[in-house]
Ligand binder design. Structure first.
Ligand code: PEP
Ligand code: MN
Length: 349
């Protein structure tokens, strides 16, 4: 399959009925903005007792939607049986869901079932922020001769996502792209957001971070959806949202842009040097503290002092224009390094 850039995959979270899937597919195709129709046939639900997908019964609906609209079709596969059934209906694009990527036994089983396929296979990030697991899933597929691979960033749970369902943790996805630069990476803002409100923002951020496309859930009647109702968009809303996203160029040949950018980058490099120099000096002072503590037989960790520093710095969060989570992460890293330096001094004797 030739990949459009940006590649737009859209469709309902789940295939619920033939009528629902076909009407959604037709409305999506009519927008002219969608490349691939997605629909979950088997749904990995966190809790039992919710809709788990129509199963094999939905595969003919998917094939019919393709026939009626000319759109390629995609579905999630989580075990060998799913792959076998989906292949019998010549599904064009597969994706491996976040819960499956989290389990090496499952990814191995799916990889073996897909052995040698020419079809496009997307691997979603695992639910937790373990990039090695994500890489491992890709490596298992590569080892089974699956060549047309892509990545889907759908956010991570357990990081305090705020108003979002899954924290994007953009840096983890970017680290994955650094490790696997040859694989296209698309963003799934629907599962990052968990609600409609922020989907446009997250999509624009993905475009600005040079993602290769988007996978967005769209349903003909979102409020009545049997799964993920809160985050699905009507095909019309999706079309307007896609129109609003700016896929900016990676570079510009404008001379004034180049000169301005070079100047700002020099400033960044010089500020980075200064920050690192100051941190190094801070560690020297910490070592001196370590020495006088050793001479006076005082232990390294003094919790009250650290809490004071934290409180003082967090209070200046607003005036510095730096978020509290950032300040906490940065201070924690500085604290750990400081203790390391003091430990070293303590051991010197
Ligand atoms: C889905 O795409 O509907 C889905 C279940 O996503 P995830 O695996 O990202 O939770
Ligand atoms: Mn979903």
């Amino acid at each position: 399959m030739e990949l459009n850039r940006p590649l737009i995959i859209a469709g309902p979270c789940s295939a619920e009925s033939e009528e629902q899937l076909l009407s959604t597919a037709q409305a999506l195709a009519a927008t002219g903005k969608v490349d691939v129709l997605r629909a979950g046939v088997w749904k990995p639900r966190t809790k039992p007792g919710t809709f788990e997908g129509a199963g094999v019964e939905a595969l003919p609906w998917l094939a019919k939607a393709r026939e009626m609209t000319g759109l390629a079709v995609a579905t999630e596969v989580a075990n060998a049986k799913h792959v076998e059934h989906a292949q019998a209906f010549d599904v064009d694009v597969f994706w491996i869901g976040a819960r499956t990527t989290s389990n090496p036994f499952s990814t191995q089983e799916v990889a073996e079932a897909l052995r040698g396929t020419e079809k496009m296979v997307f691997v979603k990030n695992p639910v937790n922020g373990d990039i090695d697991l994500w890489c491992g899933a890709v490596e298992r597929l590569l080892a089974c001769g699956v060549k047309n691979l892509g990545l889907i960033h759908r956010g991570f749970s357990g990081f305090g996502a705020g108003s979002l369902r899954n924290a994007p943790m953009w840096h983890l996805a970017l680290e994955m792209r650094r490790r696997m630069p040859e694989l296209p990476m698309i963003c799934d803002p629907s599962h990052i957001c968990g609600c409609r409100e922020y989907i446009a923002d997250i999509s624009q951020q993905a475009a600005d971070l040079d993602y290769d496309g988007l996978m967005i859930e769209s349903h003909i009647n979102p409020d009545e959806a049997w799964s993920d109702a809160k985050q699905q968009l009507t095909p019309e809303t999706l079309a307007a949202l896609l129109d609003s996203i700016k896929w900016r160029a990676g570079e510009s040949s404008s001379e004034s842009y180049k000169v301005a950018l070079m100047g700002l980058r020099e400033q960044i490099d010089s500020l980075d040097r200064e920050i690192l120099q100051l941190l190094s000096e801070r560690m020297n002072v910490a070592e001196q503290i370590g020495r006088i503590k050793r001479e006076n037989d005082v232990r390294i960790l003094q919790t009250a002092r650290w809490e004071d520093i934290m409180k003082r710095v967090l209070m200046s969060s607003r005036s510095l224009g730096l978020s509290e989570p950032f300040l906490r992460t940065m201070l924690d890293a500085v604290h750990v390094e400081s203790i390391e330096h003091q430990n070293r001094v303590m051991k010197e004797e």
